[in-house]
Design a protein. Sequence first.
Length: 255
Amino acid sequence: MPVRALTFGAVAEAYERFRPEYPQAVYDLVAEYAGRPIRTAVEIGAGTGKATRLFAANGVAVTATEPDPAMLTELREHVPAKVTPVRAAFEDLEPGAYDLFYAAAALHWTKPEGRWPRVAALLEPDGVVASFGGPLQFTDPAVERAVRTARAPFLESDDLPSPDGTGPDEAMQWPGTELQRSPLFTDVRQHVIERRVTMTPGGFIGHLSTVSAYLELPPARRAEVFRRIEKVLPREVELTADLYLHLARKTGPEK
């Protein structure tokens, strides 16, 4: 797992406070795609349990794995007893036979070498893969330009590039692109779940405090860029927070 993926523990409480929740539509689409009851699931990079709670609330017995101890501590405070928290990186998990493997804004932190064979090894035949996430984007282009200008002396961009170089305008986004190329999976689908979020300026800065690009900055520079960004924000920050949900099914044994 990349070092950058292990920077979140220092802001575990902020992550829980400022990251948006996941809507019921995520589970509904996964369940519809599965076409049968989802009894067990393994989640990687569970963080503070934002997505864990969604699946557990729908009756799924979730094994929630997370390599960062601070994040896992926060998760344990917010998930029901039926969830099994495990401190482990994705690359260290033993094979299993889960109905569902899922990752919420976490799959891009995994090592690309052997990624899909590891996922397949965690699933029963015909098991389902679900990956979902998406950036927050300003609905007002003028606000976006003002924030980009304020950020420029510190960061050219705070986005994460596509792991396989897929452009933002391509019809199929990552990881759907990789799943389509893998012989281990079939029936790859992509859904876009529309989501809108409104934050105060302080809430938006709180969200930025959980973004890896800012966590990598020295504390003084981080404080200064946050000060400059907050200065140009409106009283209400309106954001598009659409989720890209990718689904696939493990290729079963030949009949």
